[in-house]
Design a protein around this ligand. Structure first.
Ligand code: C5P
Length: 413
């Protein structure tokens, strides 16, 4: 899997001659696995056409804020929610000034205000404009607010000057973007994640399973790796790719998952049980294919071992995170699970549809989660599973550090 797979990037293109490089930047981001949606300001379209940006991104280009049709499709709020990162490249002197003042009178400005994702800018302007105290103050203010300022580079400029103000080259920008997702909040921490369904054999060709896609567990493994953790993913059968920097062990049945977990769990600091482990399995898997001779058949099933509870019961147990998929009484059932399995955190999700009819849970790409721990809770609204995973990993990291009195290094700010 590539470094930017599953990452949604909103690329803002503003009015600077460096805009001609934005098309190449999109290609580099897409090649690294990202999905890119481009917003162009009116002056950006003087330098490069929306058609070019549409062709390289594979998505329609967004331009107008007050456009009924556009807002009915993917409007500024949806774009802001969709984004895992908003990157403005090139960012003109004017666009930096607008950001500082929180102007919301353009689509790009409104998306920047509405986005809760990280924001990054790649300044590009004449060297004198860059050195101007107003620009320098603007950049300092943006940095203080946590915005990532990528570049600028020094060198020959389109206007004939030489000095600082060139946009970073697309290759360098794409590499910088990859590292923006690396938070470092779990550096030096070992995390084990279970994911996917299990398959319980009935005979050599049939099994009992469930509708888990494994998406949430894989997204968590990916987010933990991005946070700097050493991650072992123990996975039931899925069609998903192994996330970058994650080690994966494949299993089929609940019993195999149990064995794989216990053969390795010692020394792990955090255990995240995101697998949908079968609760029961046929007591006896037949050695040969069962014939359809009779009109009815019955299977005798026995309970599987609860992997999560068994890890929780270990003497040197890791920090324990479990999931609760519930159809009703979300909080009460989740809190029961927290107690019964002696978990530190339980992430509960409603299975089915939400009030607006959006699919929730197993097979969907989006979900909501409410996370409970002793004496507290936090609700994460409807978002993509990879955004949810990053939010959940940040919560786990901060609660884990709290409990273990680990001071967060300054550099992680
Ligand atoms: O009890 P329930 O199956 O609802 O609990 C769900 C949580 O327990 C999930 O975190 C799941 O990964 C874990 N679990 C497990 N082993 C089982 C059953 C559930 O690890 N046999």
């Amino acid at each position: 899997m590539k470094r930017l797979t599953n990452k949604h990037i909103v690329l803002g293109v503003t009015g600077s001659i460096a805009a001609y490089k934005s098309a190449d930047l999109v290609r580099k981001l897409v090649a690294a696995g990202a999905e890119v949606r481009v917003i162009m300001t009116p002056s950006a379209t003087e330098f490069i056409t929306p058609l070019t940006m549409q062709a390289v991104s594979g998505n329609p280009v967004h331009q107008a804020l007050l456009d009924e049709e556009a807002e009915a499709g993917m409007g500024h709020i949806q774009l802001a929610r969709w984004a895992d990162l908003v990157l403005i490249a090139p960012a003109s002197a004017d666009s930096l000034s607008r950001l500082v003042h929180g102007r919301g009178d353009t689509l790009l400005g409104a998306v920047c205000l509405a986005a809760s994702s990280p924001l990054a800018v790649a300044p590009a302007m004449n060297q004198a404009m860059w050195k101007d105290p107003a620009t320098q103050e603007n950049v300092a203010t943006l940095k203080e607010r946590g915005l990532h300022v990528l570049g600028p580079a020094e060198g020959e400029q389109a206007c004939g000057d030489t000095g600082p103000g060139r946009m970073l080259e697309p290759d360098d920008l794409a590499r910088e973007v990859e590292t923006l997702f690396d938070t470092g909040t779990l550096a030096g921490v070992k995390v084990m994640v279970t994911a996917g369904p299990t398959q319980e054999a009935i005979d050599p060709v049939r099994f009992i399973s469930n509708r888990s896609s494994g998406k949430m567990g894989y997204a968590l493994a990916e987010a933990a790796a991005e946070a700097g953790a050493e991650v072992l993913l123990i996975s039931g059968p899925t069609s998903l790719q192994t996330p970058d920097r994650v080690q994966r062990v494949d299993v089929r049945s609940a019993e195999q998952m149990y064995d794989a977990v216990h053969s390795d769990v010692e020394g792990y600091n955090i255990f995240i049980g995101a697998a949908a482990v079968a609760d029961y399995r046929p007591i006896e898997a037949k050695a040969s294919k069962i014939k359809k001779d009779s009109d009815t058949m019955s299977l005798e099933m026995g309970k599987t071992e609860d992997i999560l509870a068994s890890v929780s019961a270990l003497k040197h147990r890791p920090y324990m995170v479990g999931f609760a998929a519930e159809t009703d009484e979300l909080e009460a059932n989740a809190r029961k699970k927290l107690e019964a399995k002696r978990l530190d955190i339980v992430a509960a999700n409603q299975v089915g549809e939400d009030a607006e009819g959006k699919p929730l849970g197993f097979e969907s790409d989006e979900n909501t989660l409410t996370v409970f721990w002793q004496g507290g809770s936090e609700a994460f609204p409807y978002m993509s599973k990879s955004q949810l995973a990053r939010a959940l990993i940040e919560l786990i990291a901060s609660r884990y550090r709290n409990e273990h009195n680990i001071i967060r290094p300054e550099s992680f700010g």
